[in-house]
Design a protein around this ligand. Structure first.
Ligand code: HEC
Length: 212
């Protein structure tokens, strides 16, 4: 090949190889040359960009106080003993008690709650049996006034060593779990299933469907 160096084709090939190799040495940490910067750089502020004149010099600002995320339904009861007592007394299941909601509730209860409360709700979940967790009440605990509002409230905020389930479940799912928990409670008490006593579903609205 060296002997044939005078042939233009060879010179061209050598040149191409050289260009290809040199092109790899550019600093790839720096942005390359932009032919039309407006195609790449937004005219408005960049999300999370740093700019003077904003509080904290940051484009992203905190939502105005009182803002509600899309799809979120505000919960009117406070995370205080008084709020809990009020929810226990007056908060009622807003969705229809039917087979679909009950079986979904059972499924979710077994996923989220049974590990502590036990599939039967007797407070004998796996974590209790393995002595990893103590002080878990039976849903039929006589000393506790476990009602639909109470179960929902406890899922919203948690209670002492029990965490909140507000971020893992949506409003409808929490009511479905509540229904199943009430059935478990009646079973533990040897009473007729709670759901079998709810035979007038027409009174209930299905408003919380919207929340999902
Ligand atoms: C990590 C274990 C754990 C899990 C999981 C758990 N709980 Fe609890 N739960 C507890 C403990 C502990 C208490 C007792 C809290 C106390 O009174 O200090 C409790 C109490 C309760 C009570 C009684 C509230 C009252 O007013 O006394 C209800 C109802 C309840 N849980 C429902 C649920 C439901 C429904 C789920 C699933 C969404 C759930 N729990 C998941 C540990 C758990």
């Amino acid at each position: 090949m060296i002997t044939n160096m005078k042939r233009p084709v060879n010179i061209l090939i050598t040149l191409i190889i050289t260009i290809v190799m040199v092109s790899c040495w550019t600093d790839n940490k720096k942005p390359n040359f932009q032919y039309m910067p407006n195609m790449y750089e937004p005219v408005g502020y960049k999300t999370y960009g740093e700019y003077k004149g904003f509080p904290r010099q940051m484009e992203a600002m905190l939502p105005v106080s009182g803002s509600i995320p899309r799809g979120w339904i505000p919960y009117g009861y406070k995370n205080t003993p008084e709020g809990k007592a009020l929810a226990t007394k007056e908060l009622k299941i807003p969705i229809e008690v039917n087979e679909e909601n009950l079986s979904k509730g059972k499924e979710l209860f077994n996923i989220y709650c049974a590990i502590c409360h036990g599939k039967k709700g007797d407070g004998q979940g796996t974590l209790v049996k393995r002595e990893k967790f103590l002080g878990i009440p039976s849903l039929a605990d006589k000393g506790r006034n476990i009602t639909e509002g109470d179960i929902y409230h406890v899922m919203m905020y948690g209670l002492n060593s029990m965490g909140s389930y507000a971020s893992q479940t949506n409003e409808k799912e929490r009511w479905q779990i509540t229904m199943h928990a009430l059935d478990l409670k009646s079973k533990l008490n040897g009473e007729p299933l709670w759901s079998s006593t709810q035979n007038d579903p027409t009174e209930k609205e299905t408003t919380s469907e919207k929340a999902n």
